[in-house]
Design a protein around this ligand. Structure first.
Ligand code: EPU
Length: 347
């Protein structure tokens, strides 16, 4: 049943654990309930969130926060190698991953333990360990707030890129209600990301027949736990910044800076994209600017992974986080000439 609450405290609905409230909070159980909402009566603006795991609440929100509880996982046809699975937008992401791995289906295992929900995963194009969710999506079903009707988008129409989709640029027009995934019974582990083979105890290029999606999932969970804070224990929103993609010319400048500041032997970690552009880990730049463990009020840069900002004391304010964010952006710009962009959405 639909739940509507005025002056709702959002503290439990954001993994950063910022204290903030919204004028109105609406939670619904089905697409039909969503469509039946009296939109004109809701305080504006209207913003849809998932589990608030990629969100920085910068203060009280004057409008309406919507949250989906559309919760189903439907195996459309288990009869073939390719298995279509329809998933409600409100399904806890890792429940979907765990369940499908349990059925021996390949596809989602590298995306294990990512916080959040299925609908937000499709908006955000979550990615980890060499896989992005777009790789296993066939289509996305939405409610179109402008034309007030159900619409379906093929994966090509979703405009996916690195942590990007057309949904992010549609100004809240589309609310995802369900996502159609394409998983596979066929043996298909993706182990090329550094550290995964090691975590599985495999030699280079040896793929034992008994590898299962669940075994890969367990290895991924192990790798994540070593590096990333558990949102249950320490408030954070995962990676705070995107990894910048630079031109060859800009990359040459970064190498010059590294040699100047860190010695003639200094090297810069990087990954070359198919189009020749170069991805430089933001975590490396942040660390080289001296921010590992840096503190600002109650907020801090996570020691084990400087791409993650944390609510260290549990009572960090949005001001603390924003101040730390700005310090990091300025320092990286001044030293490397690179502009960092937050990955976490600011509300
Ligand atoms: N990289 C590769 N291949 C590798 C290793 C790294 O392409 O074998 C690239 C990564 O794509 C990234 C850079 O090298 O551009 C650094 O990789 P690292 O493993 O250090 O990860 P990261 O940059 O700290 C990113 C994601 C994480 C995700 C990990 C693992 C972002 C902003 N963050 O972090 O996602 O878990 O890779 O894949 O892209 C999150 O978004 O909240 C998050 C935790």
């Amino acid at each position: 049943m639909m739940r509507k609450v005025e002056n709702f405290d959002l503290s439990a609905l954001n993994t950063f654990r910022m204290k903030a409230a919204c004028a109105c909070f609406v939670e619904y159980d089905s697409a039909a309930e969503l469509e039946s909402l009296d939109w004109d009566s809701l305080p504006k603006p209207v913003k849809h969130i998932g589990e608030g795991s990629n969100l920085l609440l910068t203060g009280d929100f004057p409008g309406t926060i919507l949250h989906s509880r559309i919760d189903f996982i439907k195996y459309v046809d288990m009869g073939f190698d390719e298995v279509p699975v329809m998933v409600g937008a409100g399904v806890h992401w890792d429940r979907f991953v765990e369940e499908t791995c349990g059925h021996g289906l390949w596809g989602a295992e590298n995306l294990s333990l990512i916080p959040g929900e299925a609908g937000a995963a499709a908006v955000q194009n979550i990615g980890a360990y060499g896989v992005e969710v777009k790789d296993i999506i066939s289509g996305v079903v939405c409610y179109d707030l402008k034309d007030r009707k159900k619409v379906k988008f093929s994966v090509a129409e979703c405009g996916y890129g690195y942590r990007e989709s057309m949904f992010k640029h549609a100004e809240g027009r589309y609310i995802v209600t369900s996502v159609l995934f394409r998983l596979s019974r066929r043996y298909n582990p993706r182990l090329d990301y550094k550290g995964i083979r090691q975590a599985l105890g495999l030699e280079e290029h040896v793929w034992p027949e008994d590898l299962t999606p669940m075994k890969v999932r367990d290895a991924i969970i192990g790798v994540r736990r070593q590096k990333l804070p558990d949102p249950e224990e320490l408030g954070s929103a995962g990676s705070f910044f995107k990894n910048p993609v630079v031109s060859a010319l800009d990359f040459a400048h970064i190498i010059d800076v590294a040699k100047r500041d860190f010695g003639a032997d200094a090297t810069v970690p990087h990954f070359i994209n198919p189009d020749g552009s170069i991805k430089v880990p933001a975590a490396w730049m942040i660390e080289k600017c001296g921010f590992k463990g840096a503190v600002e009020g109650g907020a801090a840069v996570y020691e084990k992974q400087p791409l993650v900002l944390i609510n260290k004391t549990g009572s960090a304010s949005p001001k603390d986080v924003l101040a730390l964010e700005n310090r990091i952006i300025s320092a990286v710009r001044d030293r490397f000439g690179v502009e960092l962009h937050p990955e976490v959405e600011h509300l």
